[in-house]
Design a protein around this ligand. Structure first.
Ligand code: SF4
Length: 337
């Protein structure tokens, strides 16, 4: 089957059928919950036209203050561990933390979760600072069409991303790329992405759908259609049976989850965890996974798991408590209805 033509000709059911069979055979039936852990709300580049940070740059006068407290980051790591979630990656806008600081945070997270963490910290040549606490390096490709990429992400050259990933591979790290659908790409652009996966030996692709942020160029753009999103993921799964595929969907698009799983997703991401935990939205994610015939690793609803665990450091405790209180508050708000 010509995969791109199948997307273009709306043969989505055929794609899903094949992708689902491949996924079950090669990856089994588990679906993971993935949490991107952010380091700050500031990015020195701030010029990617879809990005929330681009709308904030001129408003933030003291970038220092947009950095998250490290103990809050570690609290989040402990809670994801308790809930059986994975950390999708440690993500930082450019210029918010230094390499030794990021390395130190990653090492602390590794101590807490027992799992090496992925990085998504922008283009860097300072990878030699990292070791066993890092699983892999993510290149934020966003749009796999060089012409569009230059317009949408003028400060993140695709060549530089490629060089960083090559370096990461040489150093023994795994390699990932992020792709956002809905930025103006066409199905034909998948050829470029697939070449990139092949040439760079990419182990993991994270697909997101456009989340149109206020005060950005995409404010009034539609999110990509659910079947287009599923078709792109399914075609990629068929082309790369062993690839790890993570798909992101926001609370307003939970109905995408079932079709994305059939399309070949191994993991789900992009949820506001502490706002959704224990709510009908969290339960909906669990139902979507169940009705796709899969089993979910981790929980979106189990309060015993949330509240049971160790405190990595006394200074982290108040932050853990704050997140747990947010979740308990969700529960009491629901009970009022
Ligand atoms: S580099 Fe990343 S954080 Fe910075 S503006 Fe672009 S997408 Fe946003």
């Amino acid at each position: 089957m010509n995969l791109i033509e199948s997307i273009e000709n709306h043969r989505t059911l055929d794609l899903l059928q094949e992708a689902n069979e491949i996924t079950l055979k090669r990856h089994g039936s588990s679906i993971t919950l993935e949490r991107a852990v952010f380091l700050s709300w500031w990015c020195d580049k701030g010029d990617c036209t879809f990005c929330y940070m681009s709308s904030q740059k001129s408003r933030i006068k003291e970038p220092e203050k947009a950095r998250r407290h490290v103990n809050s980051i570690l609290a989040e790591a402990e809670l994801t561990r308790r809930l059986g979630w994975n950390i999708e990656f440690l993500s930082g806008g450019y210029g918010s933390f230094t390499t030794p600081e990021i390395q130190n945070i990653a090492e602390n997270i590794y101590d807490i979760t027992g799992k090496p963490v992925w990085l998504n910290i922008g283009i860097t040549s300072e990878l030699e600072a990292y070791g066993k606490e890092i699983a892999g390096v993510t290149g934020a490709v966003e749009v796999a069409n060089p012409e569009l990429h230059n317009k949408i992400c003028p400060s993140k050259s695709l060549d530089d991303i490629g060089h960083m990933l090559e370096l990461a591979g040489d150093m023994g790290f795994k390699k990932a790329v992020t792709i956002i659908l809905g930025l103006g790409e066409t199905p034909g652009d998948l050829e470029y992405l697939w070449e990139m996966i092949e040439d760079l030996g990419i182990n993991r692709v994270i697909f997101y759908s456009l989340n149109p942020h206020k005060d950005t160029a995409y404010e009034n753009s539609p999110q990509p259609a659910s079947l287009y999103y599923a078709g792109v993921v399914a075609a990629t799964r068929i082309r790369f049976p062993e690839l790890e595929i993570i798909t992101g969907t926001w609370t307003d698009n939970l109905a995408n989850i079932g079709s994305l799983i059939l399309a070949g997703a191994n993991g789900l991401t992009k949820f506001p965890l502490f706002k959704m935990f224990g709510t009908g939205y969290g339960r909906r994610v669990e139902e979507e996974v169940r009705w796709a015939g899969r089993s979910l690793e981790g929980t979106f609803t189990d309060f015993d798991m949330l509240t049971t665990g160790t405190i990595p450091h006394p200074k982290v405790e108040p932050f853990i408590k704050r997140y747990i209180d947010m979740c308990l508050n969700n529960k009491s708000e629901q009970n009022k209805d």
